[in-house]
Design a protein around this ligand. Structure first.
Ligand code: ADP
Ligand code: MG
Length: 288
């Protein structure tokens, strides 16, 4: 039988936007020492808008950069894809067909378009493959940037901006008051990660992590003695959500994340994490 005080708190938690799938997760929420957050779609809205299109080859127009990119993005479900496809729609550019589409896990996508091998990838991919970025490039990048590579030549890049969810700041502030460390864990570049982390006053950030590294980072934090909760929305967050002592999924995110997590933020509001922690503490304090 469920103790009355817990039954009541379950009804209350529904009112506060929490779906508690796993009671132990809820009970353990009072033990959290470290809260790890995915960035895109979790602390930010996850709605990207193209802010800049840059060609790095004289013969290529900006429109050609985004036209080729859109061919690949049409087969991707990443929020970056949605942003790029919206832009070609606004520009009334027809999207060409892409063949042999493949995802490069956590770093981008590749395909054949009009006989050319095209890649849309992260700055991390360029670094790993020793492809030089334009001079002075990294100095002014506080946005998410994806590079276009055509037949192994760097062709241009597209910058996209996303917005921090208005409720994220309050969530981080309350965690601080509760002595819980907040850590940003993202596949995006360090500049963006630093900017979001600083804006929100988070304790630290870890950037340019590949999906399987997200899980390793959680293990690392646990091995340092932390009781680690992870909040994420994406397919690429699922392994980390499973590894964390408590997995929390954002409701608007992928089904896999929600299936893996013990708790779901039904309204996709990071502030509801605060309710989770305060509730957990209040509920189980009454029982002891
Ligand atoms: P996050 O941890 O922020 O959810 P992801 O692991 O989904 O990040 O993606 C990491 C990076 O990989 C993105 O910032 C982007 O540079 C690149 N990337 C992933 N998917 C795509 C895509 N469909 N198009 C272009 N770039 C992509
Ligand atoms: Mg995400």
């Amino acid at each position: 039988a469920v103790p009355l005080v817990v039954a009541k708190s379950t009804a209350l938690s529904a009112k506060h936007g929490l779906l508690i799938k796993n009671r132990t997760a809820f009970e353990n929420s009072r033990k959290i020492t470290t809260m790890v957050f995915d960035k895109t779609g979790t602390l930010t809205i996850g709605k990207f808008e193209v802010s800049k299109i840059v060609s790095l080859q004289k013969a290529l127009k900006e429109n050609e950069i985004i036209r080729l990119a859109s061919a690949l993005e049409q087969q991707s479900e990443h929020p970056i894809a949605t942003g790029i496809l919206q832009k070609v729609k606004d520009l009334k550019i027809p999207v060409p067909k892409a063949e042999n589409f493949k995802a490069i896990s956590g770093q981008g996508i590749e395909a054949t378009v009009e006989g050319k091998k095209v890649l849309v990838v992260s700055p991390g991919y360029l670094k790993e493959n020793k492809i030089r970025t334009p001079d002075g490039f990294t100095a002014n990048v506080t946005e998410t940037v994806v590079f276009l590579i055509i037949d192994k030549e760097l062709a241009g890049y597209i910058a996209l901006s996303d917005e921090i969810r208005p409720e994220s700041a309050e969530a981080i502030t309350t965690l601080k008051q509760e002595n819980i460390k907040s850590v940003l864990l993202t596949g995006d570049n360090s500049k963006v990660a630093a900017s979001v982390s600083n804006t929100l006053g988070m304790d630290s950030f870890i950037a340019e992590v590949l999906p399987h590294q997200k899980l390793e980072k959680i293990k690392e934090l646990q091995s340092k003695g932390g009781f680690v909760a992870m909040t994420g929305d994406g397919v690429n967050d699922a392994p980390a959500l499973a590894q964390a002592d408590i997995g929390i999924a954002v409701g608007s995110g992928s089904d896999i994340a929600a299936e893996t997590a013990g708790i779901v933020l039904v309204n996709s509001n990071p502030k509801d994490i605060v309710s989770l922690i305060l509730f957990g503490k209040a509920t189980y304090r009454k029982m002891v």
